[in-house]
Write a protein that binds this ligand. Structure first.
Ligand code: AMP
Length: 374
């Protein structure tokens, strides 16, 4: 089939790398002339709105997207002409933190306490109701920690309002979590679902730094996470991969957010599972049978933020390298590496071999993650 992807970034690139062996072809719509997927299909240099979008996708059997900020209206228009998966409805819900939380609440799925905030008096009322610390977030267009402000004391209110007050906002009560994890699942059009093992995640400054599969600390949460993700997928009649990010608290799992696409926390599935999230996403889109989602041992993914490190790390047995071919820029995800070992105990025992190649701030984060994992 011919698959049109709105976006031509690293996620589109990894989808195409997984989809080409299945016999599919790709069209990428991306305004950046140097979009990193461009060599893997036809690249149309365009944004994701405007009447020409339909022509640019002419001949596509399926349309999908590689990031959430594609205008939901564009996707709804495309859905009149193309088979769009996941649906515009799924995208719309996950683009708005308020709608996302309301969906979960309607399904009795725990989320952080929240209040919609459009005015200053509403912010005061929300703080009275939820207390401090709290997080003030934009409802839309936030990612990698952007568009959010931590309110620890009443003096933080003024700068937070100056920085975000122009936009529709949500105040979230602070969740005291032991660690964060994410569950990726894939659902096909007939409603069959496959779940990957929970991924233990570590964020710093709002950006995912490390993802670990096979974490003993997550094993007790697998069943409840699967139940929650299944409920959300069925409610949205979802087709493709969905990742749900969780906080693990004393009271149980709390949903943080939904990503209606392939996701950074499951990049380890490329080498660390039987069938990767990228291949399963493409299989679901194109009505092929879903692949097995269980893992091959324990995998650790390290994100490269800002610039690629030295390839010396490749000397580690079982380490796989992904250079997205992007220009170095502060805070930008430019690549990742995944180290696959037979089990978590081996990974923990050999962690020093990897940390020898990392920056001190990364070593601290990774050591904390491995200790929290088991
Ligand atoms: P988000 O962009 O909403 O996923 O937030 C980025 C990161 O900020 C999360 O992965 C958490 O580490 C942290 N965070 C977000 N919301 C909360 C919350 N309500 N309570 C505590 N930490 C949070």
């Amino acid at each position: 089939m011919r698959i049109g992807i709105l976006g031509g970034g690293q996620l589109a690139k990894m989808m195409a790398l997984a989809g080409q062996p299945l016999g599919h072809e790709f069209v990428f719509i991306d305004p950046a002339a140097d979009a990193c997927a461009r060599s893997l299909g036809a690249h149309r240099v365009s944004d994701w709105s405007g009447p020409d979008l339909v022509n640019q996708l002419a001949g596509c059997d399926r349309v999908t997207f590689d990031f959430e900020n594609v205008p939901a209206e564009s996707l709804a228009t495309l859905a009149d002409r193309f088979d769009v998966r996941p649906s515009p409805k799924a995208l719309e819900v996950s683009q708005d933190r308020l709608a996302e939380k309301q969906l979960c609440a309607s399904l009795d799925i725990p989320v952080a306490p929240f209040k919609a905030v459009d005015t200053r008096p509403e912010l005061m009322g929300a703080i009275d109701a939820l207390g401090l610390p709290a997080l003030l977030k934009t409802r839309r267009l936030g990612y990698d920690g952007k568009g959010q402000y931590r309110l620890a004391h009443s003096e933080d209110l003024e700068p937070a309002w100056q920085s975000l007050g122009e936009q529709a906002l949500i105040l979230e009560g602070w969740v005291d979590f032991a660690h964060e994890c994410a569950l990726t699942a894939v659902r096909d059009a007939a409603g069959e679902v496959r779940f990957y093992p929970l991924t233990h995640t570590l964020h710093q400054e709002g950006i995912l730094r490390f993802a670990l599969s096979g974490s003993p600390a997550n094993a007790p949460w697998q069943d409840s996470a699967e139940k929650i993700v299944h409920q959300i997928m069925d409610a949205l009649d979802y087709v493709g991969c969905l990742t749900v990010e969780f906080f693990v608290t004393e009271a149980g799992l709390v949903v943080n957010e939904l990503a209606p696409r392939v996701h950074n926390s499951a990049h380890w599935t490329i080498e660390g599972s039987v069938c990767s999230q990228f291949e399963n996403h493409i299989r679901a889109l194109t009505d092929m049978p879903l692949g097995a989602a269980h893992s091959r041992g324990s995998a650790l993914m390290v994100n490269f933020i800002g610039q690629m490190p030295s390839t010396d790390m490749l000397a580690l047995d079982g380490l796989h390298w992904h250079d997205y071919g992007k220009q170095a820029r502060k805070g930008r995800k430019v690549g990742h590496a995944t180290w696959v070992l037979e089990d978590f105990a081996t990974l923990k025992r050999r962690a020093d071999e990897l940390t020898a190649h990392l920056e001190p701030s990364q070593v601290q984060g990774l050591t904390g993650l491995i200790n929290a994992a088991g």
